[in-house]
Design a protein around this ligand. Structure first.
Ligand SMILES: [Zn+2]
Length: 198
């Protein structure tokens, strides 16, 4: 058994910390790495190190970007600076980008309000969002259809009630409890293009 190999045991322990790697799957993943030749192992380690060293969060929209480059979402002249789509996570941004139907800017909150888990307004980039909306005409809430998503939308809109700003949210009809990243492209596209006033 693996107890005899402290190295394998230590590796399995790391894999267990990776989200979505169920306890059954960690052996499949461990087997993959055990079978890698030296060259492929080197490459994997190098790519992971590069990822950690060369990628950072944009301090305007809070999505990931290359340290040496400008953020493509915040600087592209093809993107409408007056529309900001607010999402919980980077993964939700990807779900919207995949529709190919959105050409505004983004703001990644870093999660949703969840007092039970200790996530309050200061844990998210809500303050940063409020400081950047003066140039914005429409704010789209593209949150997951969960109580946390609803609470986050209500909280942000309460902070903006004195601003002259159109606030919209995704169309009704999305499954309750669903996350954007789990939905198919067409559903996300429809929810976005048929958005309603919040
Ligand atoms: Zn950006």
């Amino acid at each position: 058994m693996v107890e005899h190999s402290p190295s394998i045991l230590a590796f399995l322990k790391q894999l267990q910390r990776v989200p979505y790697l169920a306890s059954k799957n960690i052996y499949v993943v461990a087997q993959y790495f055990l079978d890698l030749d030296d060259q492929a192992t080197e490459k994997f380690v190098r790519v992971l190190r590069d990822l950690k060293q060369k990628v950072e969060k944009c301090t305007i929209c809070w999505t990931w970007k290359e340290c040496q480059k400008e953020c493509a979402f915040c600087t592209s002249p093809r993107r409408d600076a007056q529309t900001i789509c607010v999402v919980e996570t980077w993964r939700d941004l990807i779900a919207i980008e995949k529709t190919g139907g959105y050409l505004g800017r983004y703001h990644v909150l870093g999660g949703a309000l969840c007092p039970l888990d200790g996530v309050g307004p200061d844990d998210l980039t809500i303050k940063q969002l409020i400081t950047r909306i003066d140039e914005c005409k429409e704010l789209i809430f593209a949150f997951n259809q969960t109580p946390e998503g609803e609470a986050t939308a209500a909280f942000i809109s309460s902070k903006l009630k004195d601003k002259e700003l159109k606030i919209t949210c995704l169309a009704r009809g999305l499954p309750v409890g669903s996350s954007l990243e789990a939905m198919d492209r067409l559903t996300v596209y429809k929810a976005l293009s048929e958005r309603r006033v919040f």
